[in-house]
Write a protein that binds this ligand. Structure first.
Ligand code: ZN
Length: 318
């Protein structure tokens, strides 16, 4: 008998073996004669569930069944899903899965599944941790909707596709990136890959995630660690400096007499994830600008002359 084993188990064609097993166990418990009773309906249901599992849990049987199912679905209906009504009709005609031998059908070409297509996207650490939405623009070939892939309409070439039977266009995909996604993760967009042939399913589109190594900061949990240079005079006199954060530029006060290595915490300027937010922790580093003017150097000379403290005093051991 022709049956949609996936529908019987209440799953889709792309579930894992674990999911198939789980679905089967749940239903088998529910429809077991000890529980559901011995009515004809219940027994039939129990039989169907076991039959579905026997096919779908076996790799070779499943592959063969999937092929036949796709072909059958193509041959009997334009829609991908089995129709209960058409199923009944076919059953009345004596159509059966076993007698439907697609291997020996020379009049109809074999259905071919479309290719899987892979595309890369780059994410910042922020985006990967917090989750985001990205747009991907991909070329996609689909059957011409005007002629339905038949290339001709009433004996003349289809004007829309110029007799190609298909269209290739850019399609925009809005891809939701879940928070906490890992580098090299794949996001599957089912059926958005290459065009299937002869009624075969379309392939899938896979988006591969690449998380960029940050250049100016380090992420530590939800905290962002950043080293910020300040000049010697900023360290001495204090200053208001601008620091770029996830919230935009933030004004940070450098106190007078700030030492190199001093840390400043910017609360709530870290990474956001699941309603939690980290901090940005700045480490201040006193740096001399690469190029100094003569005037600046003269001022340093003056400073050297007037300076009375020896900063290394406490290093001498007596
Ligand atoms: Zn067309």
């Amino acid at each position: 008998m022709t049956k949609d084993y996936y529908k019987i188990l209440g799953i889709t064609e792309f579930e894992s073996q674990d999911a198939i097993k789980n679905a089967y166990r749940k239903l088998a418990r529910r429809w077991h004669p000890d529980i559901a009773g011995n009515s004809a309906d219940a027994v039939l249901k129990f039989k169907e569930i076991n039959e579905a599992y026997e096919i779908l849990s076996n790799k070779i049987k499943k592959e063969e069944y999937d092929r036949a199912r796709r072909f059958y679905s193509y041959a009997t209906s334009e829609k991908k899903d089995f129709k209960t009504e058409s199923q009944k009709k076919e059953e009345k005609k004596g159509f059966s899965f076993n007698s439907f031998n697609w291997k020996k059908g020379p009049e109809k070409p074999l259905p071919k599944r479309g290719e899987d297509i892979y595309s890369d996207i780059e994410l910042s650490v922020f985006e990967a941790v917090s989750g985001t939405t990205k747009t991907v623009n991909m070329l996609q070939t689909r059957v011409c909707p005007k002629c339905g892939g038949r290339k001709f309409i009433n004996g003349s070439l289809c004007k829309d596709c110029h007799g190609k039977g298909e269209f290739t266009n850019y399609k925009k995909f809005t891809v939701k990136i879940p928070a906490g996604i890992k580098d090299k993760s794949k996001i599957r967009l089912a059926g958005e890959g290459g065009l299937g042939a002869n009624g075969g399913l379309n392939g899938d589109l896979y988006i591969i995630v690449h998380i960029q190594e940050p250049k100016t900061y380090k992420a530590e949990g939800l905290n962002i660690l950043k080293t910020i240079p300040i000049t010697p005079y900023e360290a001495v006199l204090g200053a208001d400096i601008k620091v770029s954060t996830i919230k935009g530029n933030v004004s940070v006060k450098i106190n007078p007499n700030t030492q190199s290595g001093q840390k400043i915490r910017l609360a709530g300027c870290g990474i956001m994830q699941n309603n939690k937010v980290g901090d940005m922790i700045i480490t201040v580093e006193i740096k001399i600008p690469q190029e100094l003017t003569t005037e600046e150097i003269n001022l340093y000379k003056k400073l050297a002359e007037v300076s009375k403290t020896n900063i290394r005093d406490n290093l001498y051991e007596n």
